[in-house]
Design a protein around this ligand. Structure first.
Ligand SMILES: Nc1ncnc2c1ncn2[C@@H]1O[C@H](COP(=O)(O)OP(=O)(O)OP(=O)(O)O)[C@@H](O)[C@H]1O
Ligand SMILES: [Mg+2]
Length: 346
């Protein structure tokens, strides 16, 4: 690695800017998670109550009744339309970096993963923001980072199931091009909305929100045969009751499968035929949605028709993107960064 100047002063970061969670890891062994949400007090009373002009992450969610919330990475890319979203993205990135404890005089080098098909203008906007906080920064696609971290750079397929998007990437030993990537917008958030709707339809008296549906999904989410042990306490008419949500949870989680299967079929075909067999042996599920019980098996079963398939789940979906970005940032000399992604700084 190039060591211009004092390399102990170089703080290297891997950052995964996700729709729902931002994960950061540093070359000094620190790691942190920040919810990708920024809240601003609704009025002067709220400002006084909070004793702050901005709240980030979980705290913002829990105090949302006093706040206007902004999810700057919603839909997987920085929203261009609103200045507030751009400022919120900056606050979020600043907080994530602060969590990692940079020291005065540190030179900050970092790689940021963003959803695979973030548009170029969004990437340059993000680079500009990040360039204000870091000495050198590169933006790469999320699934590429995960693949790099797992050292599966050739003949592998990565499926990253996040909150806002499911990102597919065919790894062929080089930096993936746009033809090697597919992004679907039906991901975790879509399941949450559908689950809330399914519950309202089955039990019209129950009070249900998207946040509550998300919690239920994270605890019980599954696909496959309907189970009878998904019993959840919910409130109707202000009182708690137990409800059997086996069918509702299964149907909501399974709703993302048809599009995933269709994209997988397309992606297999971007490999030359002689490599398809090996690619099928290296199908990797990443992202928080890969926790859904039975998903790995469902994907493996779908692939049976295409040949012998091996589908695995990353061990730590929350940090796998940030870990891959950090590994890349540590292993690739900065003078080569521009060959891999969009770079800011010299
Ligand atoms: N145990 C679980 N079962 C099902 N879904 C889960 C579980 N844990 C987390 N999730 C879901 O995973 C999603 C978050 O995953 P992840 O952190 O990979 O997304 P992200 O990187 O923020 O989003 P994106 O990749 O779309 O930008 C959320 O929808 C969350 O509800
Ligand atoms: Mg993600």
């Amino acid at each position: 690695m190039s060591t211009n100047g004092d390399s102990s002063k170089r703080l290297i970061l891997g950052i995964d800017l996700g729709t729902s969670l931002t994960a950061v890891m540093s070359n000094r062994g620190k790691r942190a998670l920040v919810g990708s949400v920024v809240g601003y007090p609704k009025d002067v009373i709220a400002t006084k109550l909070l004793n702050s002009i901005l709240v980030i992450g979980d705290e913002a969610l829990s105090k949302r009744s006093y706040l206007n919330l902004y999810f700057p990475l919603e839909d997987g890319v920085l929203k261009e339309a609103s200045v507030t979203h751009t400022i919120a993205a900056k606050e979020l990135l600043e907080r994530a970096i602060a969590e990692i404890d940079p020291q005065p005089g540190d030179q900050i080098y970092g790689i940021i993963g963003v959803p695979a098909r973030a548009s170029v203008s969004n990437k340059s906007q993000l680079l500009k923001l990040a360039g204000e906080m870091m000495d050198k920064v590169m933006v790469v696609s999320e699934p590429f980072m995960a693949a790099y971290g797992l050292e599966r750079l050739t003949n592998a397929i990565i499926i990253d199931i996040g909150a806002g998007t499911v990102d597919f990437c065919a790894m062929k030993g080089t930096v993936p091009g746009s033809e090697d990537q597919i992004t679907l917008l039906k991901a975790g958030n879509f399941i949450d909305e559908l689950l809330a709707a399914n519950i309202s339809e089955a039990y019209p008296d129950v009070q249900i929100t998207k946040q509550l549906a998300k919690k239920i999904k994270e605890q019980y989410g599954y696909v496959g045969e309907v189970r009878d042990d998904v019993i959840v306490t919910l409130r109707a008419d202000g009182r708690p009751h137990n409800y059997d949500l086996g069918l509702e949870v299964r149907d909501a989680c399974a709703a993302i499968l048809p599009d995933i299967f269709e994209s997988l079929e397309q992606l297999i075909q971007v490999f030359d035929p002689e490599y398809q067999e090996e690619a099928l042996q290296n199908v990797i599920l990443a992202g928080g949605g890969s926790h859904i019980i039975g998903l790995r098996e469902a994907v493996a079963e779908f692939l049976q028709d295409y040949g012998e398939a091996n589908v695995v789940r990353v061990t730590d979906p929350v940090y796998s993107g940030a870990a891959g970005a950090l590994k890349l940032a540590c292993e690739l000399p900065p003078e080569y960064w521009h060959e891999v992604g969009d770079v800011f700084g010299d």
